[in-house]
Design a protein around this ligand. Structure first.
Ligand code: HEC
Ligand code: HEC
Ligand code: HEC
Ligand code: HEC
Ligand code: HEC
Length: 406
């Protein structure tokens, strides 16, 4: 991915100024309220009698009446689909709603989205959760019939606490703190929205849960150790370009291509592929759930396959005897150049074809298959089958090219 140099320069100057001013400045102006991510709640004991029904409404479709561009981008994102079949299909087997709520802390975290009882949880599984275009296909308030819980990581999850709207400073402005406007009592502008730490409560686990030194989710730390952190290129710069609420990731071929430069060539008579991580701000891939497979196929002059090589880019973990263990970690780190060689090709080889295939949900495929092999309830079975199907349809070819040897 290319980052505009002008923008970078501006950002790094700010980083230096902030450092010089010391931590006090950062604490005073750029941090979210202390409990922002602890048991977030969008209700308040305070009533807003002067608000219209629309202003009180927390559904994304309500926000969309005035913030349509954010809604149009968000509705296609995985945040809008976080209350997914694959998630809730696991709940009947877990038995009780409080264990379900432990998962909702990231997938649908508002107090208003939590299960109140086991019945509440089981009822919730009966409601159809996904339309072809997403949970909330249109910004149509009347058609928006699913409960707030089903909208997953919705607008209010990131922006509303106790009926106060929080957001970044207005574009081009440095003003922070409460800003009065005519609608929903104004909003609180906070620089925390522009920082990578904003994403940490759901995309970074504590070091105390490390497996082989690294937590299962380690995205923010990987970013901090990369050159992108030093350059001020935050999660938002790549995942919310120009504040667009796209949140594209490993499921989007164009996004993955932007992050990598892939080249094949013949070097000293050997065909090779180089994958250079130029625009991924963390390990590629950052999670333990995707798998990327690099294949090389040698063919002779009759186009018959004479040899095949395969390499996997993955952080593979296993749950064994009550504990997680890491089997291997072959992921590509930011700025790293990874070389794979089609060594010892038979002398009859004329061409070597290189392919890179991305399987974004490889780990979950195994999870769903093993749950389905047990005795899931009828409801769970339907949900898990849908989820399993999606792990197949999300696979894609990232790269395909041929090197001529002779
Ligand atoms: C009736 C129209 C309306 C509705 C409905 C509405 N907003 Fe707003 N919102 C506004 C206006 C107007 C502003 C002020 C923009 C400004 O002055 O910069 C604003 C500001 C904001 C901001 C601050 C933007 C910034 O620059 O940081 C956020 C965040 C926000 N709204 C989120 C929401 C969310 C989330 C919802 C739904 C739960 C919502 N709004 C519903 C009209 C609306
Ligand atoms: C409240 C928790 C929460 C916060 C805060 C949050 N995310 Fe997420 N994010 C999730 C969950 C849960 C998923 C997975 C959704 C699913 O598919 O079920 C996700 C998915 C994603 C994906 C899609 C990955 C893919 O598989 O393609 C990206 C990219 C992403 N988040 C980026 C961000 C960024 C950047 C921020 C900060 C600006 C952020 N997230 C903040 C919970 C959160
Ligand atoms: C700390 C935050 C967090 C918690 C807690 C959490 N998840 Fe997730 N989950 C994520 C993120 C981020 C992703 C997207 C990245 C990935 O695929 O690993 C995700 C993805 C998923 C997916 C694949 C995408 C989808 O929605 O189909 C499933 C299934 C899932 N989680 C199930 C669960 C279950 C079950 C629990 C509770 C046992 C749980 N999660 C708890 C953050 C969380
Ligand atoms: C995962 C967290 C997350 C979710 C979900 C989310 N936002 Fe945001 N939003 C952000 C962040 C972070 C920023 C600031 C991005 C930046 O500064 O680069 C932002 C910025 C905004 C702004 C200010 C935009 C501007 O151009 O100044 C508005 C308005 C807004 N969001 C509304 C919404 C609405 C409406 C929804 C739901 C359709 C929504 N957001 C969903 C995290 C989120
Ligand atoms: C320099 C750009 C860049 C920065 C900075 C960046 N990302 Fe990414 N991110 C990408 C690209 C490109 C992909 C797609 C390739 C991949 O999956 O690694 C991606 C993928 C993801 C995914 C998909 C899951 C996976 O296993 O890869 C998540 C989740 C994510 N990023 C979250 C974050 C968070 C949180 C931050 C900040 C701590 C962040 N990203 C910073 C470029 C960036």
């Amino acid at each position: 991915m290319r980052v505009k140099v002008k923008y970078l320069r501006h950002r790094s100057i700010w980083a230096i100024i902030c450092l010089a001013a010391g931590l006090l400045l950062i604490a005073a102006s750029s941090e979210l309220p202390e409990h922002y991510w602890q048991q977030p709640s969008a209700s308040s004991t305070k009533q807003h009698h002067d608000w219209s029904d629309l202003e009180k409404d927390l559904r994304p479709e309500a926000c969309a009446q005035c913030h349509d561009s954010q809604f149009q981008a968000w509705k296609h994102s995985f945040h809008a689909h976080a209350y997914s079949e694959g998630l809730i299909g696991q709940f009947p087997g877990m038995g009780n709603h409080s264990r379900g709520n432990n998962c909702l802390v990231c997938h649908a975290p508002l107090k208003e989205q939590q299960y109140q009882s086991d019945d509440d949880m089981l009822e919730s599984l009966k409601i159809k959760i996904r339309q072809p275009e997403g949970v909330n296909a249109e910004a149509d308030l009347e058609a928006a019939t699913v409960p707030l819980r089903h909208t997953g990581v919705s607008c209010a999850v990131c922006h509303v606490r106790g009926l106060e709207r929080f957001g970044p400073p207005r574009m081009g402005s440095k003003q922070t703190g409460h800003i009065q406007t005519d609608v929903h009592g104004g909003f609180t502008a906070n620089k925390g929205f522009e920082q990578s730490q904003f994403c940490a409560s759901c995309h970074q686990f504590a070091q105390s849960n490390a497996i082989n030194g690294k937590p299962l989710e380690n995205t923010v730390k990987e970013w901090q150790e990369s050159s992108f952190a030093a350059k001020g290129v935050t999660c938002q710069v790549c995942h919310m370009p120009h504040r667009r609420h796209e949140f594209k990731g490993i499921h989007h071929p164009a996004m993955v291509r932007k992050g990598l430069e892939i080249n094949v060539k013949k070097s000293h008579g050997v065909a090779q592929i180089v994958i250079h991580s130029v625009g991924v701000g963390h390990a590629f891939p950052t999670y333990v759930t995707p798998k990327v497979v690099v294949t090389a196929i040698a063919r002779d002059r009759n186009n018959i396959k004479v040899k095949q090589w395969q390499w996997e880019i993955i952080r593979e973990v296993r749950y064994r005897a009550g504990a997680w263990e890491e089997a291997r970690d072959t992921r590509i780190m930011p700025d790293e150049r990874r070389l794979y060689r089609a060594d010892q090709a038979p002398t009859t080889t004329t061409t070597v074809q290189f392919q890179v295939r991305v399987i974004p949900d490889a780990f979950y495929r195994g999870v769903y298959e093993s749950l389905l092999a047990g005795t899931p309830s009828e409801k769970a079975e339907t949900l898990l089958k849908t989820a399993l199907k999606r792990t197949h349809s999300s696979e894609f070819n990232l790269f395909d090219d041929v090197v001529k040897l002779h």
